[in-house]
Write a protein that binds this ligand. Structure first.
Ligand code: G4P
Length: 528
């Protein structure tokens, strides 16, 4: 392929994910975004390859019972001469470490905020993760068709709590039943809203110019109110600055309603115009690989297991960092130093997996994994490096895991270590006893692990309560670490990959240890 064609394919791609608190409207906005992309078949359940039946496994049954989707899906759709990849970030009970790690595989994020509630916990946590790479953030203030908080207060809260500057791109006119529409500050035009048309792409009524008398005729007193308000907004907020946005220091803010499908198109326009094209990634050899490099490269950020339990079928989600995937190509699995020919990479288009002919930097492809792939694994066309920046995240929930049949201790450990390599959970082995502690970011993972241990390793396990608040990976000068190990042995453990980890019974205990041992690093993430 001529270089120009490759560049063209890369330049038109935008790969992003949504960060939000549950119920802020992520699912609704996803539907609307897909409506604009003419791709309204939301990916989710994945079919078994041969039978065409939905694959069943214990934990897939579990998802069905609970009406949730464990499956992270990838959606691709065209919008305004671009090709957009939207990576789903599980958010309710299915929230997990995968949600965090998905954020390492995108180039920008859309932050959806319920404008009646403002900044909520989960959003704060997810923003922290985006900070690892200073990912550019676009903000959508949702639910303006309800009585919301004052828009200026909302911007202040985002700035104070999330420590990012806000540049309003649109400004709402009224709210709740009186929500009239938004004024686009950069375009100097007002778009008026019609309620009850959320299932469609609305016919827009656009009034050019803030001083246009047509505006007064259309919205009466609201026009003057808007003019006054804009004076205030201009004085009190930041102007959009592309460079600051790309550094993750400033977020363009849009107002609207996902349910009413209003303002979503403004946001999408901003996304394709400003969000970065596929970005290269750093490697362990310190050579940065730009997306435009000719050779293919990519990394695994998620492994989805057991889609078809009979075959122990696992799919590794691989973000292409550079170049192009072509069916039948040879790539090097750099961790194990092996070349593999891949003819059956999958795309997740339109809700089903389908065999893929080609894909480009920024795209996500699914690789069949028979147990050899781990989170963070790198595939290249020749180079012997690994991408960095795909970490493990410190778990937030912990349980002690116990066997019902004590003779299966070995299988239990093997199963847990393999499941931790897939990123499902993390396992910790305390230095001072034979307990096994399972740590997860989301609560559902505990049930998934017990179900999978039974199905795949024939191990019957159960959980017990344990007093652990958080875990931190411990690094530092070996002598200091030795000294610390002797002093704090009762709170130390090895993780699934034998890294020393501090298992803190309380957050206060963690801060005390940090104060007492300033030379030791207590890391909340660990590189693979
Ligand atoms: P999530 O994925 O972030 O968890 O949120 P989701 O889109 O499922 O939205 C959560 C609830 O908020 C849903 O209502 C949804 O209809 C509603 N919602 C989303 N966007 C808007 C909006 O712009 N305006 C208003 N008024 N509501 C909005 P629900 O009653 O929980 O679910 P449903 O029964 O309506 O599906």
């Amino acid at each position: 392929m001529a270089n120009a064609d490759l560049l063209n394919e890369i330049n038109k791609r935008r790969t992003f994910a949504i960060i939000s608190h549950p119920d802020a409207g992520k699912t609704t906005i996803t539907e609307k975004v897909l409506l604009f992309g003419n791709a309204l078949q939301v990916a989710g359940t994945v079919k078994g390859k041969k039978s065409g039946q939905h694959a069943k496994s214990d934990w897939m049954e579990m998802e069905k019972e609970r009406g949730i989707s464990v499956t992270t899906s990838v959606m691709q759709f065209p919008y305004a001469d671009h090709l957009v990849n939207l990576l789903d970030t599980p958010g309710h009970e299915d929230f997990s470490e995968d949600t965090y790690r998905t954020l390492t595989a995108v180039d920008s994020c859309l932050m959806v905020i319920d404008a009646a509630k403002g900044v909520e916990d989960r959003t704060i946590k997810l923003m922290e993760v985006t900070r690892l790479r200073d990912t550019p953030i676009i903000t959508f203030m949702n639910k303006l068709d309800r009585d919301t908080r004052d828009p200026i207060d909302l911007l202040d809260e985002v700035e104070d709590v999330l420590k990012i500057k806000c540049a309003p791109i649109t400004w709402p006119i009224g709210m709740g039943k009186e929500f009239k529409g938004v004024y686009h500050i950069l375009r100097d035009e007002t778009t008026l809203y019609k309620s009850g048309q959320g299932h469609t792409i609305q016919q827009k009524r656009v009034i050019k110019g803030i001083d246009n008398p047509e505006l007064d005729a259309a919205i009466g007193n609201y026009a003057d109110e808007l003019r006054e308000m804009l004076e205030l907004v201009r004085g009190a907020s930041h102007e959009f600055d592309l460079e600051a946005f790309l550094k993750g220091e400033l977020t363009p803010v849009f107002f609207g309603t996902a349910l009413g499908n209003f303002g979503v198109d403004h946001m999408l326009d901003g996304l394709v115009q400003w969000a970065p094209k596929p970005q290269g990634r750093a490697t362990d050899t310190e050579d940065f690989v730009p997306a435009e490099s000719k050779g293919f490269s990519g990394f695994v950020f998620k492994i989805q297991a057991n889609m078809d339990p009979k075959h122990r079928d696992r799919i590794a989600f691989c973000r292409i960092v550079s170049g192009k995937y072509e069916k039948g190509m040879k790539m090097r699995h750099t961790r194990i130093g092996k070349d593999v020919r891949i003819s059956d990479a999958l795309t997740f288009l339109a809700g089903d997996r389908a065999l893929l002919e080609e894909a480009y930097a920024g795209d996500i492809i699914g690789l069949h994994n028979h147990g050899s792939m781990r989170i963070g694994d790198t595939f290249t066309q020749g180079g012997d490096y690994r991408f960095t920046g795909i970490p493990n995240f410190a778990p937030e929930l912990f349980k002690r895991i116990r066997l019902r049949d004590p003779l299966k201790q070995k299988q239990l450990l093997k199963g847990l270590i393999q499941l931790s390599e897939e990123g499902a959970v993390q396992v910790f082995r305390p230095l001072i006893n034979n307990d096994l502690i399972v740590g997860a970011v989301g609560v559902l993972q505990f049930d998934v692990v017990v179900a999978r241990l039974k199905a795949e390793y024939n191990v019957d396990a159960m959980y017990e309560h344990i007093n652990v608040a958080t875990a931190r990976w411990v690094y530092g000068d070996p002598r200091k670490v030795d000294e610390f190990t002797r002093k704090a042995e009762q709170n130390l453990a090895y993780d699934g990959a034998d890294n020393l980890t501090y298992i803190a019974p309380t957050m206060v205990n963690l801060s005390l240890s940090q104060e007492r041992y300033p030379d030791i690093t207590f890391a909340a993430t660990r590189e693979q």
